[in-house]
Design a protein around this ligand. Structure first.
Ligand code: PXG
Length: 458
């Protein structure tokens, strides 16, 4: 690769490639980083700069890059049956086997899977399924789906409507009708209530209030991520999920866990719901199911819904050309096999998660960090101008963005959501890489502090 290649790619990219979630005028001014190669937890860009990928791609490449078993599974499937659909009474072995394997690892009561190609499509499927479920039960008025502000459930029209991001809604006349948002359990960023547990109960109580307000006979479901990812790695207080579960049970509404980020080991269990003791009726998934090597998503459909759908349903008018694509399913099967056979999730619990948590906590002693929190292999740092109190920097200073840029300079991919820095590292880091992650993050925090002119120990 030479400089001419890089320049050409950057020019062609600027001229022809519209990127997702991107301000193109700003991108043209800043230029793009062209990623050309990856191995294990490492990425290389076209200039040869090496980066430790502490975001696992985009919360998905959990086993790291270059797993030959996944490559082989895709290649073999491409050779034997690269495509066939599962409409019109047809099916094929990779989707059948994967569906059964997913049900075997899911919590009890999950015995059916609907396949999609992404997390967004999975959550659109959720909207269709829960509304159809209630109409099959003779309650077509139960249409309302309650979600949360600052949730991210995807970017198709339905999933963006479930997402609680007003700037997404504003550009497209969303949300679609019948979707309501309540407050998120973001203690650090949202509240004057000092006790996190009291805050957790307080925000969970908003679900009961919203149901009462709408009338319980109008509410179909509540959907939430066990841990909000794109919204800023928001980890609810321990009091939150039990109270949400109690409220859903009390009113008989369906509980949907969006497991797109938290599924397949990220929290040290197969599903994030198991970590929090949540008993969802539906679980959407994507990302980690194939390690990101192929696009695949879906909805795990619990017995409560599946039995109505199967026993009473007519045709469910929904599906995609690539629902259960054989190559994606073959890769997912190989991925699940590695997770099972190498006992990766048990090892995360025993070794990597505690080792990560210990190091991550240390970042909390940095003068710029108001809170360092982690759960499983998700970490967040709240950048503050003053450690006592939760005082933020003025937005215009772009503290988070600067810190992220310093991370990249240091050779570390860490994401900024406003002034919250987040990581979701791959499951294959060794101790030296964990140390490197934290050392580089610390150095980037130092550089950010210097750039912002904050006195040490402020
Ligand atoms: N649900 C959750 C919880 C997600 O995190 C989706 C659904 C949508 O999945 P698809 O496959 O349609 O993208 C996601 C996606 C970020 C970021 O900035 C996060 C996602 C996507 C893009 C950016 O952290 N998560």
């Amino acid at each position: 690769m030479n400089n001419q290649d890089l320049q050409r790619w950057q020019e062609l990219d600027r001229e022809h490639f519209l990127h997702p979630f991107t301000d193109h005028r700003e991108l043209a001014a800043r230029g793009t980083r062209v990623i050309t190669r990856a191995e294990g937890a490492w990425l290389w860009d076209a200039t040869g700069h090496r980066l430790l990928d502490a975001m696992s791609g985009l919360w998905c490449v959990n086993l790291g890059y270059g797993r030959q078993e996944l490559v082989a599974a895709a290649t073999q499937q491409l050779q034997s049956l690269p495509y066939y659909n599962s409409f019109f009474q047809c099916t094929h072995p990779p989707a059948i086997e994967l569906a059964a394997e997913l049900c075997a690892i899911a919590p009890p009561g999950f015995n059916r899977v609907f396949f999609t190609n992404s997390g967004s499509e999975a959550n659109d499927t959720v909207i269709r399924l829960v509304r159809y479920y209630w109409s099959l039960l003779g309650k077509p008025d139960r249409q309302l789906i309650i979600a949360r502000r600052n949730a991210y459930h995807g970017s198709t029209v339905g999933a963006a409507s479930l997402s609680g991001m007003p700037w997404m809604h504003a550009q497209a006349g969303l949300p679609i009708p019948g979707i309501l948002h309540i407050e998120e359990p973001y203690w650090f960023g949202q509240t004057d209530i000092e006790d996190p547990e009291a805050f957790g109960r307080h925000v969970a109580g908003q679900l009961a209030a919203a149901i009462e307000n709408a009338g319980a006979d109008k509410v179909a479901a509540f959907i939430a991520e066990p841990v909000q990812g794109a919204g800023g790695a928001i980890m609810p207080p321990a009091s939150y999920w039990p109270e949400i579960q109690r409220i859903c049970d009390h009113y008989g509404i369906l509980l949907v866990a969006d497991e797109v980020i938290t599924g397949f080991g990220r929290l040290g269990q197969w599903f994030g719901s198991q970590h929090f003791g949540i008993r969802p009726d539906l679980m959407s998934f994507a990302k980690g199911v194939t390690c990101g090597y192929q696009p695949l998503g879906g909805v795990m459909v619990g017995d409560r819904v599946a039995e109505v759908l199967v026993a009473q349903g007519g045709e469910f008018f929904h599906g995609f050309t690539y629902s259960g694509h054989p190559v994606a399913c073959a890769v997912a099967r190989a991925n699940l096999r590695i997770l099972r056979e190498e006992q990766i999730i048990a090892q995360l619990q025993d070794r990597l998660i505690p080792a990560f948590a210990r190091r991550w906590q240390k970042l909390g002693t940095h003068p710029l960090v108001g809170e360092a929190r982690s759960v499983g292999l998700i970490g967040a740092l709240e950048l503050v101008s003053n450690k006592s109190g939760r005082q933020r920097f003025p937005k215009a200073l772009k503290a988070g963005e600067r810190c992220r840029d310093f991370c990249i300079e240091q050779g570390l991919v860490m994401r900024a959501v406003g002034d919250t820095m987040i990581v979701a590292p791959p499951f294959i880091l060794d101790e030296a890489q964990l140390d490197e992650l934290v050392d580089k993050a610390w150095r980037a925090l130092d550089l950010t502090q210097q750039a912002l002119g904050v006195a040490a120990g402020a």
